[in-house]
Design a protein around this ligand. Structure first.
Ligand SMILES: Cc1ncc(COP(=O)(O)O)c(C=O)c1O
Length: 369
């Protein structure tokens, strides 16, 4: 066989087969994540569930995405033995991809904002990955592309490929798992699912699955105030923001990412950073499980949805996500001195979330009152 013929099928097929087998074996060793029920005695007829994605082997919902991105790139012939994997990330995806890169024996470089939490940086290094820092969330894309080209590697590009790498019709994606776990609940078809968007991959998978299965569940986007996504939903001509970026890592972006599908979002809720951080603390206490900031964004938005349902006399279930553990932010969000250094005090917002649980009122109303 000539060299040209040998290369026509892309990288080494035997190696690709082994790599896919290694990933499938990892899936086989893993359990599904828990769907936790959070009592809401103040809202009779409404139930709240939290899917705990922090229990994946790499600690966040990004384990699903990283697995899908590797399978997508392998099956597309884009990575082979020795390919350096480069990714732009706010940290969580890079942690999960570093894990899979190590599993396949591939070098991995994460291009991330300098502000990424030290815990995530340490986790990437633990999996043998290298971190390459840039000066802001907006600088990650071009630098990752440049670096991949200069290393002769592959830019995974989660922001472009998240929506197509995941099999949204099923294959135990996050949406299929939620509906399977809800099957024996009193209100098995949620009225609402509330999620944040980083790449937009999770919201795209859920929104498409709802349509494909012809389910009446509506999708609410929980978005940091500094993010462009909710602005874009209000005014489609707005596709970027230049303001300061959010403190909530993983969700909210300054540009409309290619994987974010606005057409399948039914409602968007903008949540301030203090509100997100306060909600994460209250939820951590109530669940006895530590939650990161983006989970707080989800809870605050879910509380608005639930308070609206209660006020309108509606009943039903609401599902949201525990995206990653607060342990990842022990030196930042969980540290009062770190918050005080940024002029953030959470007392009012914490009281507002407690008031939601006590009375079923919107946390915004409690805050204003
Ligand atoms: C902690 C955390 N929560 C939520 C998300 C949102 O997920 P997606 O990228 O699927 O929109 C991310 C994404 O980076 C994240 O890191």
């Amino acid at each position: 066989m000539s060299e040209a013929e040998e290369h026509r099928g892309g990288p080494d097929r035997a190696w690709i087969a082994q790599a896919i087998e290694a990933i499938e074996a990892d899936v086989n060793r893993s359990a599904d994540t828990h769907l936790l029920r959070l009592p809401l005695p103040a809202c009779p007829g409404i139930s709240l569930y939290v899917k705990d994605e922090s229990t994946h082997p790499t600690g966040s919902l990004k384990h699903r995405l990283a697995r899908s991105l590797f399978l997508y790139a392998l099956c597309s012939g884009r990575i082979g033995p020795g390919t350096t994997i480069v990714e732009s990330s706010s940290g969580s995806t890079a942690v999960s991809e570093a894990y899979f890169a190590r599993m396949l024996g591939l070098p991995f470089v994460a291009v991330m904002p300098r502000t990424t939490s030290a815990e995530k940086v340490a986790q990437i290094a633990r999996y043998g990955g290298r971190c390459h820092f840039v000066d802001g969330p907006g600088a990650v894309y071009a630098e990752a592309e440049r670096l991949a080209a200069s290393l002769g590697g592959h830019y995974m590009d989660q922001f472009t490929y998240a929506e197509r790498a995941t099999d949204w019709r099923g294959n135990n994606n996050i949406a299929e798992s939620i509906f399977a776990q809800m099957a024996r609940e009193p209100q098995p078809v949620p009225a609402w699912i509330v999620v944040g968007a980083g790449t937009g991959g999770t919201s795209a998978t859920i929104g498409r699955f709802l349509r494909y299965r012809r389910l009446p569940t509506r999708l609410c986007l929980a978005d940091p105030s500094a993010s462009v996504f909710h602005r874009h939903l209000a005014d489609p001509s707005v596709c970027t923001t230049n303001g300061p970026s959010s403190l909530i890592e993983g969700i909210g972006r300054g540009r409309c990412e290619p994987s974010f599908l606005p057409e399948i979002i039914d409602r968007a809720e903008a949540v301030s950073d203090p509100a997100s951080l306060a909600a994460a603390r209250v939820l951590s206490d109530r669940l006895g499980r530590s939650c990161g900031g983006s989970t707080g964004t989800n809870l605050w938005a879910a509380a608005r949805v639930i308070a609206g349902m209660a006020a309108a006399g509606e009943t039903g279930s609401v599902v949201t996500l525990l995206c990653d553990s607060g342990e990842r932010y022990r030196s930042t969000h969980a540290d009062d001195a770190w918050l005080a250094g940024r002029g953030i005090v959470l007392d009012r917002e914490i009281a507002a979330v407690e008031a939601f649980f006590a009375h079923g009122t919107s946390p915004d109303a409690a805050q204003a009152g």
